[in-house]
Design a protein around this ligand. Structure first.
Ligand SMILES: [Zn+2]
Length: 194
């Protein structure tokens, strides 16, 4: 996937002291990278949708007909709310370390506040909030970059139609730090043995 400048700008926190609301930070080798405030905004949007799905009454869950990719191309009936809940939990489990996942489970899944989490996990307040920030950043990035079905933007997840970035929307494609371009392999002339 590609990040675009218009996307990071829309998601950035205006008061961010790292990117000043632009949503971009200078990365390695002169390549821009999305700011952590962008990843946190993505995580929070997904978490809000997760809470909405999880708190909905079971009998009013929407059933939708979706195209099933593959040779048969049959349509399948899906329970989107349940799928989103499952994806949200599974991606977190796969992405986070055991220690981070414990904080994630208590705070984001079970809704425990910082006092309860600190007591239960035996950590101080500073450590707790540091962990929460790391979790939000890690998962925000993963939720957006997940292929073929990203959890964010959530409306695309639910409609099942991935948005295609129109050509020329932004002339500055933002490469992520995690996926640097392959460097050309340097070749040295072989020395002949004397
Ligand atoms: Zn920022």
């Amino acid at each position: 996937m590609k990040w675009t400048r218009s996307e990071t700008l829309a998601l950035a926190q205006q008061s961010c002291s790292y990117c000043y609301g632009l949503g971009l930070r200078p990365g390695r080798a002169g390549v821009s990278t999305p700011c952590n405030c962008v990843f946190r905004a993505i995580f929070r949007a997904c978490h809000a949708r997760f809470k909405q799905c999880a708190s909905r009454e079971k009998h009013i869950s929407r059933v939708s007909l979706e195209a099933n990719p593959g040779r048969q191309r049959k349509s399948v009936w899906g329970l989107k709310d349940e799928e989103f809940i499952a994806d949200f939990c599974l991606v977190a489990k796969r992405t986070l370390s055991d220690r981070e996942h414990r904080v994630f489970k208590f705070h984001f899944l079970l809704g425990a506040d910082w006092k309860l989490c600190c007591r239960r996990l035996n950590i101080d307040r500073g450590t707790f909030f540091h962990e929460v920030y790391r979790i939000e950043q890690k998962l925000g990035r993963t939720f957006r970059e997940l292929e073929p079905y990203a959890l964010f933007p959530v409306d695309e997840y639910f409609s099942g139609t991935p948005r295609l970035v129109p050509p020329g929307e932004s002339s500055f494609k933002v490469e992520t730090e995690e996926a640097p371009k392959a460097k050309p392999i340097l070749k040295f002339p072989l020395k002949k043995a004397a």
